[in-house]
Design a protein around this ligand. Structure first.
Ligand code: ZN
Length: 502
């Protein structure tokens, strides 16, 4: 900081200690400002810790939320008006809309304004080329900014050297467009119409800002290139690469269109983004949907339930609602391995229970649109989401006959129980060509109050089709009979792993 002044240009006192101690900045007003009255302060400062060269015209953009003065980071939504001046071979892509561009001597000047109040102001920077793709279905303007050369850390990978940046960018943009269309259909319209997709030199990390997305280079590789690069050795990493684009794109809804009230509610951002990646894989945009979709939910299930070296599974660390407080020396990754995958499972289980054989996802879609609409001007909390879910729940879900979902949220959001299921069935010919299906379903490893609705599927030769839901309460075994129109090849409980089970 070099100077802080008020509206009249009078110097104000400020505090900023050394960067290595407590670099936070505070301005001191001569007296408490009157409530509700707007005030302006001017801040002059400089720094060299935001950009780090990654070679060949690419940069790491660090200090992402702290390079500019702001109140409470993600906690406050404000309008931004930003002007950037950079060496003219480089391009800045910021949040907001580009208002004007010009050249001043050796500097490229760009002016960006956010059309709506946003949580954070970010930018990306590099020697970029630009590629636009139209989206006639949603009307979003999608622009991709890509690097033509590989950053220094990746130049020694021969398999990457042969990749064509333009074609790779087209691939990443098509994935983005497909996910924007899907999210628009399932969740409703975004508060802005431009989406900037930018490449960053990292290989295994992406991030989403209001209408600005950072994708790692790995997200630009298609399934064939991925196989060449990683083979099938590292399931976790191929999973990450498959999920990163749809996950980050969906953060435009989860985190930006809808914020979260406190760390308790961050699962509504990360869990919902994770869920949205699963929704994407289910569409088969990227290949064999049945395999990708099943692998996805199995990957999530394992993350939640697999024990670490101390014999503790992330799920054992505590309820989803605990958020960041799940982490401890004995449960180091519990925050990531509960908030993301279990948050996704909670939404998927609601979707499963709301599924209607005729209307399919329609009731679920209505709930999600309502949720987004309802939180345009206020952050979402676990309870505000629950209220929306209760408004849209089906009759079958009303287990306590009180129009409440306390039972479901107590089990899955405020509790840690996970049921185990055992399933057996017999088929026998019925009258008039019907087939009689007799099922025995057992639920165990839960307390007497634990209830759940679990879907049953049958394969009549065209893949698993949902034939009904079965309600189970406590540690119990139920016998259930269905009549089927013809002989199935197979019958299975929870065939697509949409209910979290041990
Ligand atoms: Zn995320």
């Amino acid at each position: 900081m070099t100077r802080v002044s008020d509206e009249q240009g009078q110097d104000l006192y400020f505090i900023q200690e050394s960067r290595k101690e407590d670099g936070s900045f505070y301005a001191i007003l001569p007296q408490a400002p009157p409530l509700g009255k707007e005030r302006t302060i001017n801040v002059e400062y400089a720094g060299d810790k935001v950009l780090e060269e990654a070679g060949e015209g690419s940069f790491y953009v660090g200090a992402r939320t702290s390079w500019y003065p702001n109140l409470n980071g993600f906690g406050e939504h404000v309008l931004f008006d930003l002007t950037f001046k950079v060496p003219k071979r480089y391009t800045v892509i910021s949040v907001g809309k580009l208002q004007a561009e010009s050249i001043e001597r050796d500097l490229a000047v760009s002016h960006w304004v956010t059309p709506t109040a946003v949580a954070v102001a970010g930018f990306n920077y590099g020697e970029y080329k630009k590629l636009d793709i139209p989206d006639e279905i949603t009307g979003y303007k999608i622009s991709g900014y890509y690097l033509t050369e590989l950053p220094s850390n990746l130049r020694n990978r021969p398999a990457l050297r042969s990749l064509a940046p333009h074609a790779m960018t087209k691939y990443a943009l098509e994935q983005t467009r497909a996910q924007l269309q899907l999210c628009n259909f399932y969740f409703g319209k975004l508060p802005y119409d431009e989406i900037h997709i930018t490449e960053q030199p990292d290989f295994n990390f992406g991030q989403s800002w209001p209408n600005l997305i950072y994708l790692p280079i790995s997200a630009y590789t298609d399934s064939t290139q991925r196989w060449l690069l990683f083979g099938s050795i590292n399931d976790k990493f191929t999973g990450f690469v498959q999920e990163v684009t749809p996950h980050e794109v969906s953060h435009q809804w989860w985190g930006h269109a809808v914020g979260w009230a406190s760390y308790h509610d961050q699962w509504l951002s990360e869990g919902f983004a994770e869920f949205s990646a699963g929704l994407f894989l289910q569409q088969g945009v990227a290949g064999d949907w049945r395999k990708d979709y099943l692998d996805f939910w199995e990957r999530l299930r394992k993350r939640i339930l697999e024990k670490n070296d101390y014999g503790v599974a992330p799920n054992d660390a505590g309820p989803l609602w605990m958020g960041r407080r799940l982490g401890s020396p004995r449960t180091e990754n519990a925050y990531q391995n509960v908030t993301y995958p279990k948050g996704a499972y909670v939404l998927q289980m609601l979707r499963s229970m709301m599924y209607d054989p005729n209307e399919k996802d329609k009731p679920f879609i209505a709930m999600m649109h309502d949720f987004v609409e309802n939180h345009r001007d206020r952050p979402a909390s676990t309870e505000s989401f629950k209220a929306i879910a209760e408004k849209h729940m089906t009759k079958l879900m009303d287990l306590d006959k009180n129009s409440r979902l306390d039972w479901f949220f107590d089990e899955w959001v405020y509790g840690t129980q996970v049921p185990k299921y055992h399933f057996e069935y017999q088929l026998a010919g019925g009258d008039s060509g019907n087939v009689k299906l007799h099922m025995t379903i057992a639920q165990s490893q839960v307390d007497d109050h634990f209830s759940m609705l679990v879907p049953v599927y049958a394969d009549f030769g065209k893949g698993m089709i949902r034939i009904g839901q079965i309600g189970l309460a406590g540690n119990t075994t139920r016998n259930v009979d269905f009549t089927l129109p013809s002989q199935p090849k197979k019958v299975a409980l929870n065939a697509y792993k949409e209910i979290l089970e041990r």
